[in-house]
Design a protein around this ligand. Structure first.
Ligand code: GDP
Ligand code: IMO
Ligand code: MG
Length: 431
């Protein structure tokens, strides 16, 4: 048995939550391997819309063990709020939710540090979600962070105070005004830590590997997207974890030999929240129509998402670094209204060279997208259930992409609901 990985191929918000929820019944375990409350994964079914931040998107399916892996940075306050938000669904969370003792703890001061660093950056700010992600991963790498397992230690308060003292020095250096904010945040934090102790805190690497030995199927759920990866994204406008397939190995404690299918999730266009390069961004009325039609406003922060046409060089790069085996194309319905639909096939560099490769620093290189235009289909996709029923314009769009990407598109998503999905029953052999 293998661990299948599902991740975003763009700048996040591709629709990962929806597809994890759709695929979850095929798995016994769903596990988040990186990121934290910066994620917002939306699930819609039976008239409910629910956004998950730290809890894996398999949680609404019965008999699935949902694991928050060691690679995650976990905020106990957000954890508590999420659990309380799920109360109305009558889920057996004490039985179906497990948290790695090795997951990193987000402290209230990590959130304050995030804000202090962002304001110090001024114009060049990352556009962080301000959930404390960067500072928490920094402390982990600096070997001074706290982990979930530490909350069980008699010395937890002492360890906490020691780290907070170090944070205060930095906050004072930045002249960040935090004294009034901290007492309430700390009270909430310690109450949430007590709340967390009622849940299953586990050695999740054993859980995952033992599940594999028992022949169970595991789905590793990625957060953010490949172009936000700390190593391969548009650095420094990235998040602070490895969002790619390799992150599932370090974030769950599984060997690369155990990785099976890799589901690459992408929108039929592109969006990005926060700052950083975005070659195909549309700053005009077309971009605004995309934003309105796709309801492109952040699930975590409510910020308007920047919108643009599909970017093939970036998508091919993401497929390459992740070893994607199956593609899922999301939000195709959003393109229903356009009479012309564009795909960026290449970049033109400042010296005139045309390339399919990403320059090593997208921030410092002005690339001009080279587009290929497709006729739109301008019709609703609601009544379509099979690939053989696709309107001609969409069929041509799909065929072009499958040939370029040398991979089958396994699902086409046509709306937010669980049911709004076109499934290719017999996989097409491509390439
Ligand atoms: P994630 O972070 O990758 O899980 O994605 P988000 O949940 O942040 O953003 C995706 C948004 O698009 C959510 O509001 C979904 O409900 C919505 N969505 C997902 N699939 C589709 C689709 O095929 N069509 C449309 N119109 N909306 C979709
Ligand atoms: P999901 O899992 C979209 C972006 C932020 C910012 C940058 C760094 O829902 O796809 P951070 O808070 O991580 O320090 O922010 O990354 N970002 C996301 N954008 N979807 C996400 O998650 C994101 N998580 C972080 O907007 O530009
Ligand atoms: Mg999201």
């Amino acid at each position: 048995m293998k661990v299948d990985v599902l991740l975003g191929l763009q700048w996040g918000d591709e629709g990962k939550g929806k597809i994890v929820d759709v695929l979850a019944p095929q798995y016994q375990v769903v596990a988040r391997f990186q990121g934290g409350p910066n994620a917002g994964h939306t699930l819609e079914f039976d008239g409910h819309k629910h956004v998950l931040h730290q809890i894996p998107s398999g949680i609404f399916r019965t008999d699935i063990q949902n694991i928050i892996g060691n690679g995650v940075v976990l905020d106990p306050i957000v954890f508590r709020r999420e659990i309380e938000g799920l109360a109305k669904f009558n889920l057996d969370l004490k039985k179906n939710l497990y948290v790695s003792k090795k997951a990193a703890l987000i402290l209230p001061t990590h959130r304050l540090l995030d804000a202090a660093y962002e304001s110090a950056k001024g114009e060049s700010k990352i556009g962080s979600t301000l959930k404390g992600i960067g500072p928490t991963y920094s402390d982990k790498i600096a070997r001074q962070g706290l982990r979930v397992g530490d909350i069980l230690s008699a010395r937890f308060r002492e360890k906490y105070q020691k780290l907070v003292e170090a944070h205060r020095v930095i906050l004072d250096f930045h002249q960040f005004d935090y004294q009034d904010l901290l007492p309430k945040a700390e009270a909430d934090f310690f109450a949430a830590v007590e709340f967390m102790k009622e849940f299953a805190l586990v050695e999740s690497e054993y859980m995952v590997n033992e599940a594999l030995e028992r022949g169970q199927n595991i789905l590793a759920e990625g957060a953010q997207g490949s172009l936000l990866d700390i190593d391969f994204g548009s650095y420094p406008f990235v998040t602070s974890s490895n969002t790619m397939t390799a992150g599932a190995c370090t974030g769950l404690g599984v060997s690369p030999r155990q990785i099976g299918e890799v589901y690459g999730i992408f929108k039929a266009y592109c969006t990005r929240v926060g700052s950083g390069p975005f070659p195909t961004e549309l700053l005009d009325e077309t971009g605004e129509r995309m934003r309105q039609e796709g309801r492109e406003f952040g699930s975590t922060t409510g910020r308007p998402r920047r919108c643009g046409w599909l970017d093939l060089p970036a998508l091919k790069y993401a497929i390459m670094i992740n070893g994607v085996t199956q593609l899922v194309m999301m939000k195709v319905d959003v393109l229903n209204i356009f009479d012309t639909i564009r795909i960026c096939t290449h970049y033109r560099l400042p010296d005139g060279t045309v390339t399919e490769q990403l320059p090593h620093d997208l921030c410092d290189t002005d690339v001009e997208p080279v587009y290929r235009d497709f006729g739109g289909w301008q019709q609703s996709l609601d009544a379509i259930h099979g690939f053989d029923e696709l309107p001609a314009g969409l069929a041509a769009y799909v065929e072009f992409l499958e040939n370029e990407l040398k991979l089958p598109i396994r699902f086409i998503s046509t709306g937010p609901d669980r049911e709004a999905l076109i499934h290719r029953e017999t996989p097409k052999l491509v390439g």
